[in-house]
Design a protein around this ligand. Structure first.
Ligand code: AMP
Ligand code: ZN
Length: 113
């Protein structure tokens, strides 16, 4: 049994607001946005975290970055954006399915807290 929240979102078992989808990638609006535009991109296969990317699945990460470029164009994010992947306990990861936050439409401080 797969109890993964993002696997359920990909399957449509939990509703989400889709911003992009292809064969390998699903992207949806974050339920608790940290910027005026905040999407979450996930691979359509269960990879637990960035620490689990390897030669067998790194293809999905490339497809996610292709999708980021398409979303940035479609959403007119020409002023810039930030991509964030939280990994593990110290990284602040709360959902155990690899995901990339795409944040935009405000100035984003650096370094982050
Ligand atoms: P992280 O804390 O980096 O693991 O990111 C998980 C993200 O998933 C958080 O920004 C949450 O707000 C977001 N999230 C959790 N549940 C949902 C949901 N049902 N729909 C959309 N985003 C969600
Ligand atoms: Zn999953």
């Amino acid at each position: 049994m797969n109890d993964c929240l993002f696997c359920k979102i990909i399957k449509g078992e939990i509703p989400s607001t889709k911003v992009y989808e292809d064969e390998y990638v699903y992207a949806f609006l974050d339920i608790a946005p940290q910027a005026p535009f905040h999407a979450v991109l996930v691979p359509k296969t269960h990879i637990a975290s960035a620490a689990d990317i390897d030669e067998s699945n790194s293809f999905y990460t490339a497809k996610i970055y292709e999708a980021i470029g398409k979303i940035a164009k479609a959403e007119n994010l020409e002023k810039g954006f930030r991509v964030v992947t939280n990994c593990g306990e110290d990284g602040g990861q709360t959902v155990g399915h690899l995901h990339f936050h795409l944040l935009a439409r405000r100035y984003l401080q650096w370094p982050p807290g």
